[in-house]
Structures are given as structure tokens and as C-alpha cells.
Write a protein that binds this ligand. Structure first.
Ligand SMILES: Cc1cc2nc3c(=O)[nH]c(=O)nc-3n(C[C@H](O)[C@H](O)[C@H](O)COP(=O)(O)OP(=O)(O)OC[C@H]3O[C@@H](n4cnc5c(N)ncnc54)[C@H](O)[C@@H]3O)c2cc1C
Length: 344
């Protein structure tokens, strides 16, 4: 639209390819996901029809589409993480060095158990996010048939907000974990992992796209940060703290409470500056801190329901606790002037 400068000026159009005016530039030669051809479409004098209302193209329609797609990429990331874990554990059990299977070496069993913990945490966050999405969409469907009661409407809004907050977190965290798992999978394979003979080489290349398309990790942070500053994550963390869990898991939950306190302090320190550029600078650290606490709680819930998640809950909380401490220390020692060293 004339006079607009950002996404709020964009509208959405429907195009019928029978009308001509579009060409495929070429099939791209990609690093990974070679089973799915990608091409750029070039529109030139292509007749199109307005879809929906003017100016809502990006901010309403594409955002709705993209939130669904982001959930899809979070699921894809869980799938790639699972493949990486399976390849790594099978190889580590099979490969012998110095008279023993390499899985017996602490350096290797730590890598593999951490892969499993990140995988279980990603899957749990994905399921929690899809639950929130299902809940508000169910209400949306009901609202097409009858008007919602005030408490139903309030519940729908609450789930919608949680879906908005958890979708970028699930996409961001699981795609990064999937890349880390693919990296470790190659590492477990040693030199063989660098050869095309093993599946891990393809997994490594296929993982790379997950933190890029449907919005890079940095863009997921842009979407997630307002839920750090407005308290959506904190509110949900407090709901997890009040949930019933197996009594023997309480010591792990106490550690999550300490991690939450570090998160709250870091957020207060950063937001107190009222400097938006500085908040952006520290945003990823804060979103990740919230993510580690949330995933820790979700794994405790899983471990309460099923014993098989206990190991992952413990390993994940060991890992997340150290990550939260690292981010907290960085934020504690930093101030907005120190950004100067990072500017080009
Ligand atoms: C295999 C493949 C398939 C694809 N399929 C589709 C498709 O089907 N449909 C479609 O529409 N698109 C598709 N894309 C495009 C894809 O969604 C974009 O490439 C992706 O979202 C990143 O955008 P960009 O390439 O413009 O990078 P840029 O936006 O130029 O980003 C470059 C760097 O700058 C950072 N950056 C940019 N803006 C910000 C910001 N505001 N804050 C912080 N950091 C920022 C990014 O994180 C990144 O590190 C596909 C891409 C690939 C590679």
C-alpha cells in the first residue's frame, strides 16, 4: 500500500497458473533435503486476485500459515533428531576400540545420553505446543456453531496466547537441538561419519535447513521475546511448578525453581535498561533460559507418567542448569555499552 513501510502494508493474492505470467527460475542445487525439490517462482505481469482484506496479507494470513508451518518444522526437527540418535547409538554399540564397544567410554555415553535428553525434551515441547494449538482451534470450531460462554472465550484466548508463545520456542529450540544431535551423531561415527557411506552424513546435511526455513532461529527469538517481557513463559512455568509430580522427582524440580529464579533475575536486569536494542541483544539468551526451564518441567511430567523418561529428565536438567547459569553470568557481567565491541 502506498505510504506504508513494513509488513503492515502487504496484502495476499491468489494466482491461477492457467493465466500465465509465472516461470520457474530453476531447481535449486541444495546442501540437504534433496528428496524435496525447491525452486524459485518468478511472477511477471501475473494476473492475481485479492484474497481476504487489504493489508492483512502478512500480519494475519501469512502469520497464521507460518505458525502452522513452524510447528511442522519443529516436528521435522524431532524426526531428524530421532534418526540421529538411533544411528549414533547403533554405531556406538557396534564399534569396538581398545577391546570395548565405544559406548562404554564416558565421552561417548555422555554424548549419546545428551542426544536422547534433547530429543525427548524437543518431542515433549512439540506435544505441549500442539496441545495448546488443538485447544484453541477446537474452541474456534465450536464458535462457528454457537457463541462461546464468557469462560470458554477466556480459555480460548489463554490457549491462543500459549500457542503463540510456545510455537516459536518449539521451532527454535528443537531445530537447534536437531542440528546439535546431527553434529554429535557424526562425531560418534568418527572418521566414518565424514564418509557418504553412513546415513549420519545425510542427516547432518538434512538437519541444517530446520533452523533456517519458516523463519531462522533469530526470527523465532523475535517472535518469542515478547512472551519473555510480558511474562507468558513465567506464568506457565509457575503452572508447571504447581502440578503434581512423583515425589522422588521433587529434588529435580527444586533445581528447576532455582533456574527460574536466575531467569527472572536476568529478565529484570535486561528490561530495567529500557533499551530495546539491548533487549534484542540479550533476547536469545533469555528465550533459551525460559526454554530450558519449561522443557525440564515437561520431562518431569513425562517421568511422572512413565519411568522411561527419568534418565532424560535428569540428564536434561543437568544440561539446562549449566546453560542457564552460563547465560545468567553473561547477562550479569554485561551492560549496554559493552555492545560496542560487537558492532561492525
Ligand atoms: C530449501 C528451502 C526451501 C524453502 N521453501 C520456501 C517456501 O516453500 N516458501 C517460502 O516462502 N519460502 C521458502 N524458503 C525461504 C525461507 O523461508 C527463507 O530463506 C528463510 O526464512 C530465511 O530468510 P532469508 O533467506 O531471506 O534470510 P534473511 O532474512 O536475509 O536472513 C539472513 C540472516 O539475517 C538474520 N536476520 C534477518 N532478519 C533479522 C532480524 N529481524 N533480527 C535478527 N536477525 C535477523 C537471519 O537470522 C539470518 O541469520 C525456503 C528456503 C530454503 C532454503
Amino acid at each position: 500500500e502506498e505510504g506504508t513501510k513494513d509488513g503492515r502494508g502487504l496484502s495476499m493474492f491468489i494466482y491461477d497458473r492457467n493465466d500465465g505470467g509465472v516461470t520457474v527460475r530453476r531447481i535449486e542445487n541444495k546442501m540437504g533435503i534433496k528428496g524435496s525439490p525447491t525452486c524459485e517462482l518468478v511472477f511477471k505481469n501475473a494476473k492475481a486476485e485479492l484474497c481476504g482484506s487489504r493489508k492483512l496479507g502478512l500480519i494475519k494470513y501469512v502469520m497464521a500459515l507460518m505458525n502452522g508451518a513452524r510447528l511442522g518444522i519443529a516436528a521435522q526437527s524431532v524426526g531428524v533428531s530421532e534418526a540421529a540418535y538411533r544411528e549414533a547409538i547403533a554405531y556406538a554399540r557396534d564399534r569396538k576400540q581398545f577391546g570395548q564397544a565405544i559406548i562404554e567410554f564416558p565421552a561417548v555415553f555422555e554424548m549419546i545420553s545428551l542426544m536422547k535428553a534433547k530429543l525427548d525434551a524437543s518431542r515433549s515441547l512439540l506435544y505441549e505446543t500442539t496441545r495448546f494449538v488443538d485447544m484453541y482451534k477446537a474452541y474456534e470450531d465450536i464458535a462457528k456453531e454457537r457463541s462461546l460462554e464468557p469462560e470458554e472465550r477466556a480459555e480460548m484466548k489463554a490457549y491462543q496466547k500459549l500457542a503463540d508463545a510456545f510455537t516459536p520456542m518449539a521451532k527454535g529450540m528443537s531445530s537447534e537441538f536437531c542440528n546439535q544431535n546431527a553434529y554429535d551423531c557424526v562425531q560418534v561415527h568418527g572418521g566414518s561419519g565424514f564418509m557418504k557411506d553412513y546415513a549420519c552424513e545425510r542427516i547432518y546435511r538434512d538437519a541444517r535447513i530446520t533452523s533456517i526455513y519458516e523463519g531462522t532461529t533469530q526470527l523465532q527469538v523475535v517472535a518469542a521475546i515478547r512472551h519473555v517481557t510480558t511474562g507468558t513463559y513465567l506464568h506457565q512455568i509457575e503452572a508447571y511448578e504447581a502440578a503434581e509430580i512423583a515425589p522422588e522427582l521433587e529434588p529435580l524440580r527444586d533445581r528447576l525453581k532455582a533456574m527460574k529464579a536466575a531467569y527472572v533475575k536476568a529478565v529484570e536486569t535486561v528490561t530495567a535498561t529500557k533499551d530495546n536494542e539491548y533487549i534484542d541483544f540479550q533476547a536469545r539468551r533469555m528465550v533459551e533460559m525460559a526454554g530450558h526451564v519449561i522443557m525440564g518441567h515437561l520431562l518431569l511430567n513425562d517421568a511422572t507418567r512413565n519411568e522411561s523418561f527419568r534418565q532424560s529428565a535428569e540428564v536434561y536438567i543437568n544440561f539446562g542448569e549449566a546453560e542457564v547459569a552460563k547465560h545468567a553470568a553473561f547477562i550479569e557481567r554485561f551492560n549496554p555499552e559493552m555492545m560496542a565491541a560487537y558492532r561492525k
